[in-house]
Design a protein around this ligand. Sequence first.
Ligand code: ADP
Length: 395
Amino acid sequence: MDPKTLSTLHDVFKEVQKQPSWKAALDKLFGSLRGDFVFDNVAIYFLEPQTKVTDVIYARALGRGKGGEADISWGETFALDVMTKGKMILREPPKKTRVFDRLSQAYLLGFPISLSPQKKGAIVFVRFGGPPYSELHIHLASLQSSWALALIAQKELTHAYEELDSVQRQMRLQDDFVSTISHELRTPLGFIKGYSTSLLRQDTSWDEATQQEFLTIIDEEADRLTRLIEDMLESARLQSKTLQFKFAPVRLDALVRDVALRVNTHHPDLKIDFDVEPLPPVSGDGVRLAQVFENLFSNAIKYAPKSPLKIKIQAAGKKARIAFSDQGEGIPEDYLPFLFERFYRVPGERTVTGTGLGLYICKQIVMAHHGNIWVESVLDQGTTFFIELPADPAL
Ligand code: ADP
């Protein structure tokens, strides 16, 4: 091989590797050797093994020729031929003395590619109106095809790794959940059992105040158990999308103030500051939305104890945006992307009880309202949860 070709290939290789996506890499690959190998269009097809439908995963028109749609149809039957035969096919139009429409004179060159024995495909080059492909052109096209296949295989592999990673994380969360949940169920059950056994002991008599104290603990722990079971059922229903929502116009400020009032009866010291812009109602399920805010209050009380809270409601385009801020310790940035996942708890969060279901439930409810929920947090400054809900379309 002469040094000039080698150096060209080397430069193309470096450029292709630098591209941010597989499609950009293919653009670079097919675009950069055009000085030596001219063609009008290139398309990459894969046959879906189950449906037997041919998918076009990449198509590019570089020279003369038609728009994307037409390009794909010219190559489809030819691509299928290439896949079936499993070898390179060169197809030239019958020779005519005078050609008026160059586009009807397609010179096709196709190479079979496969990602696995089941997943077969083809790369097809076309030149409208010739000239015929020379031996060098066929070599270059073959090289580009193998190279393109390597890029696609790399993309598929990255995608498979990402999926595997997400499945593994989900499994780890599930494992953690089983141990968390058995701990969470055991703790209230242990209290209930312990205090009721004490009360039932024949050999000891308890004064009325102690009896009252024990019964209160039993009562509270039974409530906690109920909440836990409800959360688990709720999250299972939300996940399977079987939970019914009753939509009606909801005034967000009234709803949040209402929840805040209830929270304040149990936590009279909690300072809640409101900054509310008058807004039209949103379309929502008041009970479910209240549940979202109860969760945010309960988290702020658990994870940012003693911090005052600020609730800001304002318009954001055609949506209502609620910002719910505390001045607690904050959440390390690395954990933020996972916060709304089912069962996710920030590592090391073992002193405060919880199941990692609260924010997952919030997110599912907000999504059922076609809204959005996200979090921003700064260490030692605090955490803000944002919720955006679309305005009632009937208004
Ligand atoms: P749970 O409270 O049951 O652990 P959530 O889904 O409600 O589950 O919350 C997930 C995690 O997010 C919590 O474990 C906690 O670490 C973190 N978190 C939630 N709210 C806050 C907050 N206001 N400040 C700091 N961390 C928070």
